[in-house]
Design a protein around this ligand. Structure first.
Ligand code: EPS
Length: 392
């Protein structure tokens, strides 16, 4: 059983999103502003649709926090969907005031058709409301709590965008923790989450052109965790390997179709001498070192102390204004797919979601390694483990 359990509930145009988390120790300083900040960042980014002008995501703690600290009991968080007020006729929990117009023309690439078949629903709104990336706001809230936990233990998680619409960041990636800190810190406050202004301008142009063409764009995001000790995860069994757990969590994010760790697919094309990271030793710091980080901080499913680098490929959003061909699930006639209000490019937003998922997996792995009911106990266990590593 995972040491940190969490789940979300909520439909995109329903009244609220809910997050429930169990396993966060007592005594972690936690205020609403710690969650609201990443929630607000997720809403930004060039290429988002009209919905983000309506929402202003803020968290309300409903359980598990008292006086600005966690209690060790389950944490419940609520985010209001402001847009729900305009959907009372189509999204009531009780009977509809009058029959709503049904969505019957599934969008290729969305969960509409497969979900409709699976759940035997012919109004595809019953599927798309939950499949919507609106749910990622709840993930970011959970991730913010996880980031507080791992941050308290010296681990910083961040992300950047490395490609949009086939235009990739060609600069060499940072290798060590200091260079990563600098890069991610500067990328954090930009609209498309890159430090490269020329690249950002080209991405904006591509998003603008896609918007004019009624099209959408995907891209690649890279999440990085700095400061994790060696020894998180395990080499002994498939479901304890941390690379596998990260891949599953990141792949579950809406619209993600590929996950890589470190060199990922690129490593498959190189000889071993240009993939693996020679090992050194810093006697002063009593720590092992690496000159490169092709492994992305993970070897054998276990952290090796280097920055953990996880890349995710996001497909273009499946709601196209210039709609693709589909079949009406009621009449079986060929039509253009339904067009819902949507984003053109949400890659920057996805970078916050992938970052949240990485923080959640790491929080679980740290609790697994260190244990403890209170933060004081977890910190003491970490100090003991670090002393053991220095003696190794
Ligand atoms: C989404 C469609 C759009 C996006 C939404 C994801 O919503 P709407 O249909 O209300 O315009 O804005 O993203 C969010 C609401 C969000 O918070 O990120 C979809 O179909 O996935």
């Amino acid at each position: 059983m995972p040491h940190l359990r969490w789940t979300t509930a909520g439909e995109s145009h329903g009244p609220e999103l809910h997050v429930w988390m169990d396993g966060i120790p007592s005594g972690l300083p936690l205020l609403a502003e710690h969650v609201d900040e990443p929630l607000a960042r997720r809403q930004r980014g060039y290429g988002r649709g009209g919905r983000m002008k309506i929402e202003s995501d803020r968290v309300r703690f409903a359980a598990g926090v008292r006086g600005g600290e966690t209690l060790g009991s389950p944490i419940a968080m609520v985010i209001t969907n402001r847009d729900h007020a305009s959907w009372l006729d189509r999204m009531p929990a009780g009977p509809f005031p009058s029959p709503p117009e049904r969505v019957t023309r599934p969008r290729p690439g969305h969960a509409d058709l497969a979900g409709g078949q699976k759940h035997d629903r012919h109004d595809l709104r019953d599927i798309l409301e939950r499949a919507s990336a609106r749910e990622t706001a709840a993930r970011v809230a959970a991730g913010a709590v996880a980031a507080r936990l791992v941050g308290d233990l010296g681990v910083r998680v961040g992300a950047r965008v490395v490609a949009i619409g086939g235009i990739a960041d060609e600069r060499a990636a940072p290798v060590d923790a200091v260079a990563w800190e600098e890069e991610l810190g500067r990328a954090r406050d930009t609209d498309l989450r890159t430090v490269d202004a020329t690249l950002e301008a080209r991405w904006r142009e591509a998003i603008h052109a896609a918007s004019h063409a009624g099209d959408t764009l995907g891209g690649v995001v890279e999440a990085v965790a700095i400061g994790a000790p060696p020894g998180l995860g395990s080499h002994v069994h498939w479901d304890r390997k941390l690379d596998g757990r990260l891949a599953q969590a990141v792949m579950s994010v809406q619209a993600i179709k590929g996950v890589e760790i470190g060199l990922g697919f690129e490593g498959a094309h190189r000889p071993g001498s240009r993939v693996h990271d020679p090992i050194g030793y810093d006697a002063g710091a009593r720590t092992f070192t690496r000159a490169s980080n092709g492994a992305g901080g993970l070897e054998g499913g276990v952290t090796n102390g280097a920055p953990i680098v996880v890349r995710a490929a996001m497909k273009p959003i499946s709601t196209l204004r210039a709609a693709l061909s589909t079949v009406d699930v009621v009449t079986k006639e060929t039509h253009e797919a339904a067009v819902e209000r949507s984003d053109i490019c949400a890659v920057a937003a996805a970078s916050y979601v992938v970052e949240a998922m990485v923080a959640l997996v790491l929080a679980d792995a740290m609790l697994e390694k260190l244990g403890g009911d209170s933060m004081r106990e977890v910190r003491r266990n970490l100090d003991g483990y670090r002393a053991q590593l220095a003696e190794y």
